[in-house]
Structure formats: C-alpha cells, structure tokens
Design a protein. Structure first.
Length: 209
C-alpha cells in the first residue's frame, strides 16, 4: 500500500463519488481536495482536456506533496463546432452552475437537426516531480430536447444515450460508470492499477516526503 494517499484533484462532490467508487477495492487511501484546507486554484487555460488535466494533477501534487489523479472532461457537440468543449464547466459564464450550462446548451440546440454529442474525459496521474500517466475515455450520444433525470451532475440530464434509451441523468451511478467517458477511462486504469501502484511507489521513493 502507498505510504501516501492518492488525491483526487477536485471539489466536485459528484465527481468524487464516481471516482471513489471506481477506485474501491484497491489498496490505496483516496482523498479529495475537500480533505485539505484552501489551496491556490489552478487556471484551466489549456486548449485540450489533456492539458487541463495535466495542469491540475501536477499542480496539486506539487502543492500537497501527494500523488494526484486529475480528470478533465466535457461535452463536445459537432454542430456547435466542438463547443462547449474545454469550457464545459464555464459554458454559461465563469461562475455558471449545471442548470445554467444545460439551459444555454439546449437553447443553442433548438431547431438543430444534428444533435450528436460526445462526452470526453482525460485522466492524469502525477507525482510532485517528473512524468505523469495519461488515460482517456469517450462516450457518444446525443443532446436531448429537454433535460431529463436528476442523477449525476454536469450535462448528464441532457446527454441521451441511445443503447439504454435514457439520458445520463436517468441512470444510476452504477449504470453510468459502466458506459460513461469517465468510467471507460477508469476501466483502463483499473486494468493496470497494480502496475500504476508500483510506478507510484518507485517515483515517490525518489522524491522527498
């Protein structure tokens, strides 16, 4: 077992619940930013999900001195030239909440025939210094005509997944984790988590505690 916790670089409670559930059963203590006092906020100005996830993971690992897992994800809509994309969390403004982001997206999609959408996720695992590990996942769906369901967070109520005839907001967390972009990225991590733990142990042994 690692002598230091693995920190989830987020204060988003929905994301924390999903990630902790996906990491359950592994020999590692998982914490989130909510377990620590205030730390400087990372400026997410990357042009890709990977750039933002990398920034969050490395910054948090350096500040706290612990290995860190950071996820950056969002919804990409071809009819909107890829928007909301990396600005998914801030689509309706810097202090936007989920409801206002969803409302803006639905408004922009009114009358649009091509309703394809892709949820994308990049997860980076970093230590305070040195290289990082990168994993990704994606899930294809459509933008619903209206929000449905109260589960999940973010754009879940407006993301329709045809194979299950439901929006993500209508799925249980267990159902969503099986097919979501984050669940698919985490599945790759779970497949080789024993290797990741060894990598972390080796990297951390070379760094000051």
């Amino acid at each position: 077992m690692l002598d230091r916790p693995l920190v989830l670089a987020t204060r988003n409670q929905g994301k924390i619940l999903e990630l902790k559930e996906l990491l359950s059963g592994f020999d590692v203590t998982v914490k989130s930013l909510n377990d620590f006092g205030p730390i400087p906020q990372v400026i997410e100005d990357g042009k890709t999900f990977e750039e933002n996830a990398y920034k969050k993971a490395h910054f948090t690992a350096r500040v706290l001195g612990f290995p860190t897992l950071a996820d950056d994800s969002g919804i990409v809509v071809p009819a909107l030239n890829g928007a909301p994309g990396v600005r998914s969390a801030r689509f309706a403004g810097e202090d936007a909440d989920d409801a206002s982001n969803n409302m803006k997206l639905l408004k922009m999609m009114e009358g649009v025939a091509d309703r394809r959408a892709v949820f994308e996720c990049v997860i980076v695992i970093a230590v305070p210094r040195g290289p990082a590990l990168v994993y990704d996942g994606r899930c294809e769906g459509e933008i619903a005509n209206q929000a449905r369901g109260k589960s999940g967070f973010g754009y879940d109520p407006v993301f329709y997944y045809a194979p299950m005839n439901k929006t993500f907001g209508e799925l249980s967390r267990e159902e969503k984790n099986l097919i979501s972009h984050r669940g698919r990225a985490m599945a790759k991590i779970k497949e080789e988590f024993h290797k990741i733990l060894k990598w972390l142990e080796q990297r951390l042994s070379e760094e000051p505690f």
